[in-house]
Each structure stands twice: as structure tokens, then as C-alpha cells.
Design a protein around this ligand. Structure first.
Ligand SMILES: [Zn+2]
Length: 168
């Protein structure tokens, strides 16, 4: 697969590389439509976040073919990852550069996505160690905030903006 720069800080290969896909010998190649969606996600969500934070946004899981999505135990059957509309990430170089823990940096990014008008999103999920975010289109984005962990279990509790901004 040929690499392609989507925005100054994000390229296609970051969203298709998957250790799980490699282990199971799955070619994790996105169709053209998913590539277009990934580009939109970078332009409207990830690059504005990267710019506001001034810290690396490290992609851990981006595009997933159905075969890859089926293998991942926690993945939803209707996952937006399969359309190239969603990605999981954490913030890199935290403690070293800003004196914040990885969790504090994750919370900072989470709040920034909610509060910064330059950053658009469809669905935002905060997990203990990473963030899941998706982008569809200006018209179709639902702006839903969810918590990926509740009572020690993986759940999808909906969260108001007010409550989301109180999470530590
Ligand atoms: Zn995800």
C-alpha cells in the first residue's frame, strides 16, 4: 500500500498498521471511500487537536477490515473503524514535556475535543488509557460523548458535556 499524507501530522499508514492484522495475516487495506473518510477525520478532528495540543497524537487503531474487526474482542459489530470514520489514540511524550501523567494528558485532549470550536467530532469515547473519536460530516455528526469504562466493566454510558468536563 502506498502511503499518503492527509494533513501535516497524519498519514494513511498510521491508520492501517495493525499488529493483530499481521499476526492473523489479514491485509488491512481500506477501500477508497474509507481512505476519504480517514482524510476527513484528520482534517476536521485530529489535525486541529494536534495543533491545539502541540503534542504527538499517537494512533493505536484506525481503519479495520471486517475480518480484523471481528477478531478484536472489544470491537462493536457496527464499528465506525470499518468505514474509516473512527480512530483510537493516546497522547505521546507527556510526562517528559509538560509534567503531566499520561492520564492527565488524555483528559486534557478529551476536554479540548469537547470545548475547542476548531475540533469537530461525531462520537467521543474516553477509555482509561486511550480515546476513541469519530467524524462523519458536519451535518451528520451527533456529538455524542460516552465513557468506555463504568463499574470496572467495558460499557457505553452516555455522558453530558457538563459531566464530561468534570472527569479527572
Ligand atoms: Zn475505537
Amino acid at each position: 500500500m502506498k502511503n499518503e499524507m492527509f494533513t501535516p501530522h497524519f498519514s494513511l499508514l498510521e491508520f492501517t498498521e495493525s499488529p493483530t492484522a499481521r499476526k492473523h495475516v489479514i491485509a488491512n487495506v481500506p477501500p477508497a471511500e474509507a481512505v476519504d473518510n480517514l482524510k476527513r477525520l484528520c482534517e476536521n478532528t485530529l489535525e486541529p487537536l494536534r495543533e491545539a495540543l502541540q503534542l504527538p497524537v499517537v494512533i493505536t487503531s484506525g481503519f479495520r477490515t471486517k475480518a480484523l474487526n471481528d477478531i478484536l474482542a472489544h470491537a462493536s459489530e457496527r464499528s465506525q473503524h470499518m468505514a474509516g470514520q473512527a480512530t483510537d489514540f493516546y497522547i505521546g511524550w507527556g510526562q517528559r514535556l509538560k509534567g503531566l501523567s499520561s492520564r492527565e494528558l488524555l483528559i486534557k485532549a478529551f476536554r479540548m475535543i469537547i470545548q475547542n470550536d476548531a475540533i469537530d467530532y461525531d462520537q467521543l469515547i474516553l477509555y482509561p488509557t486511550f480515546i476513541h473519536v469519530s467524524y462523519v460530516s458536519k451535518e451528520k455528526n451527533r456529538r455524542t460523548i460516552l465513557l468506555g469504562m463504568r463499574n470496572g466493566k467495558l460499557g457505553y454510558g452516555k455522558c453530558s458535556v457538563e459531566n464530561a468536563l468534570r472527569i479527572q
